[in-house]
Design a protein around this ligand. Structure first.
Ligand code: AGP
Length: 602
């Protein structure tokens, strides 16, 4: 992961660079640093921990050339030395990605004194080894040798040149009135400029004096890239009175559902109205297989999608982790125009997901992506059907998950209607689901009291059946990632095949149990847990509550809705439960340890 920033232009206050870097903190936050040129010298300031530590170190310095970095450690622990930038002679470099052949390169650079344990440091020494006074030439020699994913910015204190390179990892160039602001994403620089160049793989962006040129080392020629004027707005990320971004984002879910649905259902005919390009594409296919590919929370949305495809659209469907599908041998794959691949990623930059999408695109497969970040790689490189959740700051995905569910459901309802299936009863309720969600969010404080009782447990079991199985997985993921409590999620029917051995009074079970055709099966499972002295916390609606209220220890409550809409209303109490447990433990809910918002490494 990591966030990188670079600047070359007339003088700028270094604090502007740090403010920009702070907007990339979601990409990693275990250490940070910057290097800047001032009065002929190259200064480096770096430190373990958050970017805030750097503000004091730079005061209000002005500079015309600077690189900065916020890190998510891959090679080498988070400490001051492993923090970027790394330097070699007059050069300073920041990197996002992984250099796969760094060991071989290190071997080759025996004369260099390596200070850090990072793979990134090899890049700057490698460039320096080719450097004869021209940074651009030296970078072109170096990129021929580098293997892996890399976006980096390197500056030269001798010539005051700057070079930015993109290979797999994201990087964009903001054009300022006088100068260039480079960053890992568009939202971080939109405050300073709306004129953006998104670099493509292989691009080497070179600024000398005030002139720039772009050379593509894959195509081996100079290229020109469009300057995009970014029209979309980002409301400056503020907590708006909430204690954490995560809680704010949980509370935004009614609005997010409404926004993502907007204009995509004809309320009179109850027909799904897809964006033109997506509709034309789906109409051109004769799909009999849908494969969802994603990671983490987005994978859970995809898994729910596979139930929708099988049951609502009548199309055979499965969901895969991108990191697994990536290594499925595809030599016998033949593109028959009958398989649709749906890639889901809120960031639109997840390395594993992007890799598979690019691979299948090259093979001529049918692809639709569902990104949340407009301008992300998945948005730009593929036919995309974006969600409209707005920027999500909390590292734990919440509102982007519900937005993904909306789009996945819409695609399936469209395919169902194309086949002549009557899904109007689902659509009718979908139109009002945001109101139901808002209703749930009017009264959730009681969950804080319940959460307090469970704070000291070390292990949790989450169970659910059918559509509630992926929801249980998502609830468990939320608990583990922000509260650091071990949480196993299982399809409830699988309990008896092994996990039941774990149950005792030290491992509570959270059962996702809205009323549906599974109710009696679920009750049997609960009895099996109780018989082994396990505590049960059940997530119920008013119908299922009647069945289990005397059987379980605690109740989380949601509203009763159509079974295909139950994921929207059951995930919310689970998000709040995880949030409350983490908050009671005094943890950093928005920036949990070891994680980053956008996972751009394999
Ligand atoms: C979610 O809470 C996680 N932080 C993580 O699992 C995330 O969903 C995963 O990394 C996929 O990210 P993406 O949606 O940006 O591709």
């Amino acid at each position: 992961m990591c966030g990188i920033v670079g600047y070359k232009g007339n003088f700028i206050n270094v604090k502007v660079i740090l403010d920009t870097l702070k907007l990339l903190e979601y990409r990693g936050y275990d250490s940070a640093g910057l290097a800047f040129c001032s009065e002929g010298n190259l200064f480096v300031r770096k430190s373990k921990g958050k970017i805030d530590n750097l503000y004091e170190m730079v005061d209000s310095l002005q500079t015309d050339l600077v690189v900065a970095h916020t890190r998510w450690a891959t090679h080498g622990i988070p400490n001051d030395i492993n923090a970027h930038p790394h330097t070699s002679g007059p050069l300073a470099l920041v990197h996002n990605g992984i250099i796969e052949n760094y060991r071989e390169i290190k071997e080759r650079l025996k004369d260099y004194d390596f200070k850090s344990d990072t793979d990134s440091e090899v890049i700057v020494h490698l460039i320096h080894s080719f450097y004869k006074g021209n940074l651009f030439d030296a970078v072109l020699d170096a990129v021929k040798i580098l293997k892996g994913a890399f976006a980096f910015v390197v500056i030269d204190n001798n010539t005051k040149d700057l070079v930015a390179v993109k290979m797999e990892s994201p990087i964009v160039i903001g054009l300022l009135d006088s100068g260039f602001l480079i960053s890992s994403d568009i939202p971080s620089i939109i405050k300073w400029t709306r004129k953006i160049i998104s670099l493509e793989n292989g691009d080497v962006f070179y600024v000398h004096s005030n002139e720039f040129k772009i050379y593509n080392f894959l195509e081996q020629k100079f290229v020109s890239r469009n300057v995009e004027i970014i029209e979309w707005d980002i409301s400056v990320a503020e907590k708006s009175g909430y204690k954490h971004f995560m809680l704010k984002e949980i509370n935004e879910q009614g609005k997010v559902i409404r926004d993502t649905l907007f204009g995509r259902i004809d309320e009179e005919s109850l027909k799904v109205v897809l964006d033109d390009k997506v509709r034309e594409f789906l109409d051109s296919l004769n799909i009999d297989n849908i494969i969802y590919i994603a990671c983490g929370t987005s994978y859970h949305a995809g898994l729910i999608g596979s139930y929708y495809s099988n049951e609502l659209a009548g199309i055979n469907s499965t969901a895969f982790y991108a990191s697994e599908y990536r290594y499925i041998e595809k030599k016998y794959f033949t593109s028959k125009n009958n398989t649709l691949y749906i890639f889901i990623s809120q960031s639109g930059e997840t390395a594993d997901t992007l890799f598979v999408a690019r691979e299948l695109k090259q093979m001529g497969e049918n692809i639709v992506t569902i990104p949340n970040v407009i301008g992300s790689s998945m948005y730009r490189e593929f036919l995309s059907f974006p969600t409209r959740a707005g920027i999500e700051i909390g590292v734990a995905a919440t509102k982007t998950f519900t937005a993904q569910l909306v789009n996945i459901l819409l695609l399936n309802l469209y395919l169902a209607q194309k086949k002549g299936f009557d899904v109007s009863h689902v659509i009718q309720e979908l139109l009002f689901i945001h109101e139901v969600v808002d209703g749930i969010l009017e009264n959730y404080e009681y969950i804080f009291d319940i959460a307090e009782k469970y704070v000291d447990y070390q292990h949790f079991m989450y169970l659910g059946r059918h559509l509630m199985y992926p929801v249980a997985m998502e609830g468990a993921l939320k608990l583990k990632e922000i509260s650091y409590i071990h949480a196993e999620a299982y399809a409830a029917g699988e309990m008896k095949h092994g996990p039941i051995a774990l149950i005792d009074n030290k491992m509570p079970t959270l059962y996702v149990l809205p009323f549906n055709k599974m109710i009696n099966k679920n009750i049997s499972n609960i009895q099996e847990v109780k018989a082994r002295r396990g505590k049960v916390l059940a997530l119920v609606d008013k119908k299922s509550k009647e069945f289990v209220k005397d059987l379980v220890d605690d109740l989380l409550e949601t509203k009763y809705v159509n079974e295909y809409l139950q994921p929207f209303v059951t995930v919310i109490p689970l998000q709040i439960f995880a949030y409350s447990v983490a908050d009671f433990k005094g943890l950093n809910v928005d920036q949990p340890r070891n994680l980053a918002k956008s996972v751009t490494v394999e």
